[in-house]
Design a binder for this molecule. Structure first.
Ligand code: SAH
Length: 341
């Protein structure tokens, strides 16, 4: 059986032709997919014989809502989706003034092992398919009735560790007959896989790259993020500078503020130095408490911000949404896995 939703329009066209059908059928099918149909019988402008052929040879993915939580504070909605093989992933819908944003997952679990992150506690189970990534946008939109204008790849998983799938996903999102969302409305967050960042730069996409930095010194960063042990902050920052030179796109540096770990004045000074010549802005994230972790939120966010700003850096502090619904990465999936809610 063929997973039609994971195909680009070009791939779908080639497949349709292989079936002995005219090429224009591919665009018809493609359009139906992005209207969110879940069966071929709904594709009413196809011939009956083609619909039957599709039913025999192909399938359309359809995740089930395993859990849905809606914040009373700010309307944030969190979905726990059950995939066809029983695995679960999370998607969060956030309402901002500048548009409705969906935060999606790219893997079932994660193998990066960051100390503060709930998504990685049980490791990676598998990569998602392009269809399973598309579904998170499509079915969030259909279920909530909210039109989505922005996508952030900041849910469960490491996007650059599922590189080809994410590239296909971006094509499908961007396509006028697909989700039709512009690259400038998309952010991709990485823990800092340098080779893949260089590879991504070659595509010259207009998306926003977020780099999860979280510490300016190797000792702290390697403790928090195992990925740093083989790369180091200096090499990562060199890669970020190259990314900017190649794409002209400023990077957003994510920095989760952790009490007594990465929030000292000396670390703010070092961070400011590190960011010289690497144009971008710093996004300070008040740490979300993860039950299994001893790390606690910093109480020095404002002071840290001031010190960075004194060096002329642009610094924002991420507003916390959905605080009443376990809306940060991996938390709902963890609860479901433990069977505690
Ligand atoms: N793997 C990618 C994207 C997923 S995580 C990455 O590492 O960037 C999305 C963001 O949330 C990252 O910046 C990550 O470091 C951060 N994050 C994870 N757990 C967190 C927590 N408990 N509190 C605050 N930020 C967290």
């Amino acid at each position: 059986m063929v997973d039609l939703k994971s195909m680009t329009l070009e791939e779908l066209t080639a497949w349709v032709k292989e079936q002995g059908e005219p090429a224009f059928r591919a665009r018809q099918i493609f359009k139906w997919i992005y209207r969110g149909v879940t069966s071929f019988s709904e594709m009413t402008d196809l011939s009956k014989s083609l619909r039957e052929k599709l039913e025999q040879q192909a399938f359309l993915t359809e995740p089930k809502v395993a859990r849905k939580q809606e914040s009373k504070l700010d309307g944030t909605i969190k979905y726990l989706w059950e995939l066809s093989d029983g695995n679960c992933i999370e998607t969060v819908l956030m309402r901002y003034k500048h548009g409705n944003t969906v935060c999606i997952s790219c893997q079932v679990g994660c193998r990066m092992g960051c100390a503060f992150c709930a998504s990685t506690l049980a490791g990676k189970v598998r990569d998602l398919t392009p269809a399973e990534m598309i579904d998170q946008v499509l079915f969030t939109q259909l279920d909530s009735g909210v039109e989505i204008s922005n996508i952030v790849l900041m849910g469960i998983g490491e996007p650059l560790d599922n590189f080809d799938t994410v590239m296909t996903f971006l094509k499908l999102v961007n396509h006028p007959d697909g989700l039709n969302i512009g690259m400038r409305h998309i952010s991709l967050s990485t823990c800092g896989l340098v080779e893949q960042i260089d590879k991504l730069a070659q595509y010259g996409l207009q998306l926003t790259l977020s780099v999860s930095l979280h510490a300016p010194d190797d000792e702290t960063r390697s403790k928090l993020m195992p990925v740093n042990r083989s790369v180091g902050v200096e090499k990562l920052m060199d890669t970020c500078r190259r990314y900017f030179q190649t794409t002209g796109r400023r990077i957003s540096y994510e920095y989760a503020m952790i009490d007594g770990v990465n929030d000292s004045d000396a670390q703010a000074e070092l961070l400011a130095q590190r960011l010289k010549g690497a144009p971008g802005h710093v996004n300070l994230i008040p740490l979300n408490d993860v039950e299994e972790s001893p790390l606690k939120p910093s109480r020095r966010v404002a002071a840290f911000q001031k010190r960075l700003e004194s060096h002329g850096l642009t610094v924002t502090v991420r507003r916390k949404l959905g605080g009443d619904i376990d809306a940060s990465c991996g938390q709902l999936r963890r609860k479901a896995m433990r069977g505690t809610q």
